[in-house]
Design a protein around this ligand. Sequence first.
Ligand code: NAD
Length: 344
Amino acid sequence: TYYPRNLLVTGGCGFIGSNFIRLLLENHLELLPELHIFNLDKLTYAGNPENLAEVESHPRYHFIQGDITDSTVVEQIFQERQIDTVINFAAESHVDRSILDSTPFVQTNINGTQVLLDASRRENVERFLQVSTDEVYGSLGDEGFFTEETPLAPNSPYSASKAAADLLVRSYCHTFEFPAIITRCSNNYGPYQFPEKLLPLFIANAQENESLPVYGDGKNVRDWIHVSDHCRGILAALQSGKTGEIYNFGGCCEMQNIRLTELLLEILEKPKSLIKYVKDRPGHDRRYAIDCSKAERDLDWKPEVDFEFGLRETVAWYLSNKKWIDRIRSGEYREYYQQQYRQD
Ligand code: NAD
């Protein structure tokens, strides 16, 4: 078992990173007695330090605002904080935005990963975990699953930039015996997801009796996993995974977008008439489904949150944190950081 000490988490103010940091600080410190977490986040539109408000004064948590593409900043953190472990969550993550402009996707997802890899190599980091996505495998027909051996065939600028980063990581393992692990996960749901993504967007719209825009015929299939199951998987891969390996995580829960939308409306007790079919996303992948038997076998991990239970809990979270959504939707959340840190 590997025990991280000075852990650099990038993109920790986003959806998954903030859930991961909370998981470590709230549930795992006893087993990780030397752990200090350094969260490097640029605070793009998707980064919200309010996601970590409950832990921001925790003695083991340290926030640094900065950009992973800035090698000077990154190098300085590695040296000053004696970083031994890196988990790279930082990314531009929204497919629709990558279709509008892929520039920040190439910069952060590819160049940023390269900067982190080089700094990690120079400073002899012991473990580097690259958080990737099942979207690098492309799209499936009605049958079959993505395994770790499925060839990469990304279809969107977002997934292409993630695949490029994965290949860089792979090449560093091969060329330099660099101790990296790649994890690839399916669609996450849960608290603190930025409300441009399907589930929080639909929950917020339905609450306001606004329509829910469903792409195409609504029959695109995604494999949903609760963010807490993904975060447990990342920790398991970091501590028990083998360097040079890839691990897939999925929720074993395939669902058509339209079925998910109907289920949401049922939970929210809103009418199906809110569903509005809209023009399909260009190049929209049809189906993703993950075979995660390697992670189950080698990491002793499996998804634990029942989908319908997790979905109800997630809906309840968004309904009782309406202010969180409203502040994001109005842009007010940006002031949070300035208020919190105004003293310096
Ligand atoms: P997110 O968009 O919610 O968060 C991304 C975070 O990265 C934000 O806090 C943002 O400020 C930060 N960031 C962006 N550019 C940066 C830069 N140049 N330097 C420093 N920080 C920067 O994304 P998420 O949904 O939490 O996804 C996290 C990671 O997990 C991504 O790498 C994504 O590709 C991957 N992933 C996501 C899903 C999913 O369903 N959301 C599934 C599989 C994999």
